[in-house]
Structures are given as C-alpha cells and as structure tokens.
Ligand binder design. Structure first.
Ligand code: FES
Length: 114
C-alpha cells in the first residue's frame, strides 16, 4: 500500500486530497493509500482509502473497509477486483460491490461446517 497525504486542497462542502498523479493508476486499476485524519477527540487516526480508475477514465475513491467485517478489501491476495476486474471484491469473505455505485451485489459467502 502506498503512503502519503499530500494535502487538503479545498474545503467547504467537498474535501479534496491529492494522493498521486492521475496516470499513476492504470485504467481498470486501483491503488490503496494510507492517509491520516483527526477524529473528534483530536487524535490522529489512520484512514485507508482506495482510488479506482475505470476503463472510461472516471475515478472513484472509497474508504478501504468492508462493511461486513471491516476487513481491507484487498486483504489476502492484495487484489481489489474480481478476476474480470469489473467488480470490487473483499478478500476475506467474498462480498462484491459495483465500482461506480458502491452497491453490494453479493454479500459475504456463508461458511458452513461439515
Ligand atoms: S469482511 Fe468483507 S466479506 Fe466479510
């Protein structure tokens, strides 16, 4: 995972952070970043994010935390995507999310004991 906070460039309603050059992420690729933020108590806390670049050259940024059990999406293999690279997936239990909407299209796989 890459390191780096570069800065909060603009704020009122939208926070903008520059984390890398736009072409540092390939089309249909994603890159994780480790940022920091100050919480309500004034403590500095890690904030892991993912930036996705689509084939159509749109960029989406998300907190890198699965809503199922708070794992990093790329836990395990380091991959953010399904094998065809069209869907974000969580490496822990297999939840799947649409890139542009964040909609969960498949929840965590249930494990059963034999
Ligand atoms: S933690 Fe992501 S699917 Fe369970």
């Amino acid at each position: 995972m890459s390191e780096g906070i570069i800065g909060n460039l603009l704020s009122d309603q939208i926070e903008v952070f520059a984390v890398c050059p736009a072409d540092a992420i390939e089309r249909t690729g994603a890159k994780g970043f480790s940022l920091s933020r100050i919480d309500a108590s004034g403590e500095c806390r890690p904030l892991l994010i993912i930036v996705v670049r689509t084939f159509g050259n749109d960029y989406f940024g998300y907190v890198n935390r699965c809503p199922h059990d708070s794992a990093w999406l790329n836990i395990g293999s380091g991959e953010f995507f399904s094998p065809d690279r069209s869907i974000l997936r969580c490496g822990r239990h297999g939840a799947r999310f649409e890139v542009d909407t964040r909609v969960c299209i498949r929840w965590a796989l249930q494990r059963t004991s034999a």
